[in-house]
Design a protein around this ligand. Structure first.
Ligand code: PMP
Length: 389
């Protein structure tokens, strides 16, 4: 019998590979490369957190946990959110421990979307949002935030995009790739739209701990919002645990039950040893987070000043560990800029268009790398700018 031309589902065939991955593949085989490309901390997970995982293995905790995660971990997550963001969740029925924030976003979308339901996706944003909406059978409706408003979405843009199929607004603040963070007042404006049209907010709060000058507000903490918020977060960024693959999602009971069904069939439970490590991280890891935050803040100040001095204008990001300078002065598009920078100076930055059309004209530079590496990168970029001018 003849083989089919492709066994892939049509919607998977149509899915584009991540623009970040594509760009990293280009560095294969190159030496002396400085990467401002990766979206992960340069720190190693704090030792006490690693040790907790080792101890859990020594103690023989090698079985599955409850589908929703160890109850002790869910209790710690509930305490942490209550103490830091003044929102109270029931660990028994409103918290699910997931394989990274990535899985949390996936199961949240799959739990709430019927085929054809629309989700307003505020771009530029993390590369997975729109593809995950599509994979969940939904339709991503892109709402473009712009540099003129420091990449903060305006409520009238959301209003204009709402239809009778809209189910949720997906938003990330502080944002990857822009570092921009909504003020409480701006969040309230977004919430007004959500309430008026009876929408959920899928709030990616993975950078909540990496906020430098202001207090962080969770969408769930805004009056009347907890019941329509799906709060996604995790341990990858603040505790430098990207490789452990651990996150969580807090949501009203009904939505949690839906997500849990998907998680139970698709995943079973998150890694047991990672869960033991995270308990320690939540109990005793705050000092490490404070230290890392201090270091990122110093690097942010340095990189923002350096890029601005070179004519790569960027505003000061309030959170996360990215700057998103404009490359307008070079006359290049973001892919050309990043490719030429890589080949002539061996510095990796990510073209802004990898994060949506509105990211064009910018590149993402991560400052989650050592100060020495940052200084060398700035020297090379300065040289690049001198050569092209
Ligand atoms: N959301 C955002 C905004 C991110 O930047 C990332 C990681 N780059 C994730 C989610 C995924 O995080 P995790 O490692 O917990 O899956």
């Amino acid at each position: 019998m003849e083989l089919k031309t492709s066994y892939l589902a049509k919607h998977v065939r149509q899915l584009q590979p991540s623009g970040i991955r594509k760009f990293f593949d280009a560095t294969a085989g190159m030496t002396d490369v400085i990467s401002l490309g990766v979206g992960e901390p340069d720190f190693v997970t704090p030792w006490n957190v690693r040790e907790a995982a080792i101890l859990s293995l020594k103690d023989g905790f090698t079985s599955y946990t409850a589908n929703a995660g160890l109850i002790e971990l869910r209790e710690e997550i509930a305490n942490y959110i209550d103490e830091n963001y003044c929102v109270s969740y029931d660990p028994e029925s409103e918290i699910t421990v997931t394989v990274g924030a990535s899985e949390a976003i996936d199961i949240a979308l799959r739990a709430i979307l019927d085929p054809g339901d629309e989700v307003l996706v505020v771009e530029p944003c993390f590369v997975s949002y729109a593809p995950l909406v599509t994979l969940a059978g939904g339709v991503p409706v892109i709402v473009e935030s712009s540099r003129d408003h420091d990449f903060k979405v305006r409520p009238e843009q959301l209003e204009d995009a709402v239809t009778d199929r809209t189910k949720a607004i997906m938003i990330c603040s502080p944002n990857n790739p822009t570092g921009s963070m909504l003020s409480r007042d701006e969040m309230e404006q977004v919430c007004k739209v959500a309430k008026k049209h009876d929408l959920l907010i899928l709030s990616d709060e993975i950078y909540a701990e990496l906020v430098y000058d202001e207090l962080y507000t969770s969408f769930a903490a805004i009056e009347g919002m907890q019941e329509r918020t799906i709060l996604v977060s995790g341990f990858s960024k603040d505790l430098a645990m990207t490789g452990w693959r651990l996150g969580f999602v807090c949501a009203p009971k009904e939505i949690t039950e839906g997500m849990l069904k998907i998680h139970q069939y698709a995943i079973m439970c998150a890694s047991t040893m990672a869960q033991h490590a995270a308990i320690e991280g939540l109990k005793n890891g705050r000092r490490d987070v404070t230290e890392m935050r201090k270091s990122y803040r110093q690097r942010r100040n340095y990189i923002v000043q350096s890029l601005n001095e070179m004519g790569l204008t960027c505003y000061k990001p309030e959170g996360a560990f990215y700057t998103f300078p404009s490359i307008e002065s070079t006359g290049m598009d973001s892919e050309t800029f990043a490719t030429r920078l890589l080949h002539t100076e061996r510095v990796v930055v990510v073209p802004g268009n990898a994060f949506g059309k509105s990211g064009e004209g910018h590149v993402r530079c991560s400052y989650a790398t050592s100060m020495a590496q940052l200084q060398e990168a700035m020297k090379r970029i300065r040289h690049f700018m001198e050569e092209i001018n």
